[in-house]
Structure formats: C-alpha cells, structure tokens
Ligand binder design. Structure first.
Ligand code: PEP
Ligand code: MN
Length: 232
C-alpha cells in the first residue's frame, strides 16, 4: 500500500482505493482484511495526502467505513441493494456507485436516485463492464455508457477498465478510450508486483504501466479540452 501510495502521489492521482470488505464470488477466497485494512489504507493515504476509497457491503459496516474513508464505494453486486442505498442517504461522503453487471442505464440512475432522494447528493457513477457472450474478456466495457449518461444526468461518470476487461494488457488502451468518450475519472488496479496480488492479479497493472496510463490520460484530456470548446 505504501509503494502504491507513493507512486500514485508522484503521478498526481487524487485517491487511493483499497478493498477491505470484499465481495468475493467464492466464500473460500480471501475476504479482505476488514477494519485492519481500512486502518492501513487511511494511515498510508494521510501520509501521502490522498483521498481514500473503499467498498461497503453491509449497513452495519457503514458508520465505521464512512468515518475513516472519504469516498464509499458500492460495488456492482450491491447496486440494487436498496436498503443499503437508502442508508447511504444519512452520510455526507461521496458515493462511488458501480454499475451492476447486468443493469441498464435507467436502473443505474434509479439506484443513484435512492441515495440522492434519501439525502446524499454526492454520487459518482462508475461503468465497470457488463456481462456479454464474450469470454476472452472478464466483462465487456460499455463505453456507450459515458456519453449516454452525460445526456441523462449531471452526475460525474467514472470508468473502471480493470474490471471492465479483466486483462492487464487491455487496461491502458481502454483507459485512453474512456477519456476520449468523455469520462470524468478513471479507477484502475495497480500492484508493485501484479502477479503477487491476492485478488484480480490478471487485471492488475504494474507501476510502469500505471505511470504511463496516468500521463497519457492527462495528455489526452488536455488535448481534447480546447477542441471541445472550438467550433468547426
Ligand atoms: C472492485 O472495485 O474491486 C470490485 C469488486 O468491483 P465490482 O463491484 O465492479 O466488481
Ligand atoms: Mn477488484
């Protein structure tokens, strides 16, 4: 976490994300470090002046997570956990709401409405890939979502090319594509030694690729901005 935070801060990244309460498909896989993980994440982030992001899965964990983490992530599997969404209305932390892997844009927006109408307007949407017939990639990153959601809502839209592809070789090109489509932010999984990562190793990029990704994404954004304002 220390190495990741150092690299992220050197590249001017805003937030450090780490899963402490993890929604694993199998109950026999590593379930995360829980509270201990949140302590590590928040202490390291403070040292490097980064915001923190971590997932909440359960109403009973919410007060603790909201207290020590800046941005609360709601994962794909809980996008329609309506009691959890309603409870988020009682907190002021921004919520990173990930699209369910078979949710329509309308369902994603209505999930956001649950949080907003319960009292918390700070919702960030995140496209993280949907289930399709393709098996080469873990999911199919639906970049239609970016311009489509921009037509439908004022909420910022993030893209997660790590879960969206499941393959580390595809993360950089799809991050570029997300920025070209108008994404407001990118979240990616990086590890100093990706093959040693306990979860999602196959989609986890190394620090060199990460540095390149951040620089390219920033350069693309800067190149596009003046063109977006210009009339042809
Ligand atoms: C994650 O962000 O680590 C995660 C589990 O993502 P998702 O909910 O999109 O599968
Ligand atoms: Mn993951």
């Amino acid at each position: 976490m220390e190495e990741c935070a150092l690299i992220a801060s050197q590249e001017g990244v805003q937030a450090l994300r780490g899963g402490a309460f993890k929604p694993r498909t199998s109950p026999y896989e590593f379930q995360g470090l829980g509270k201990q993980g949140l302590t590590i994440l928040s202490e390291v982030a403070k040292k490097y002046n980064l915001l923190t992001v971590s997932e909440a899965m359960d109403i009973k964990e919410l007060p603790y997570i909201a207290e020590c983490i800046d941005i609360v992530q709601i994962g794909s599997r809980n996008m329609q956990n309506f009691s959890l969404l309603k409870e988020l209305g009682n907190f002021s932390n921004p919520i990173l709401l990930k699209r369910g892997f078979s949710a329509t844009y309308q369902e994603l927006l209505l999930a956001a409405e649950y949080i907003i109408s319960a009292g918390n307007p700070h919702v960030l949407l995140c496209e993280r890939g949907i289930r399709s017939f393709e098996t080469y990639t873990r999911n199919t990153l639906d970049l239609n979502a970016v311009p489509a959601l921009k037509e439908l809502t004022h909420l910022p839209i993030f893209v997660d090319p790590s879960h969206g592809t499941g393959r580390r070789s595809l993360v950089l090109p799809m991050a570029r594509a997300a920025v070209a489509a108008g994404a407001d932010g990118i979240m990616v999984e990086m590890h100093p030694h990706p093959d040693l990562s306990i979860t999602d190793a196959g989609q986890t990029i190394d620090p060199e690729t990460f540095r390149r990704l951040v620089r390219e994404v920033r350069a693309l954004r800067l190149a596009l901005e003046p063109l977006e304002k210009k009339s042809f």
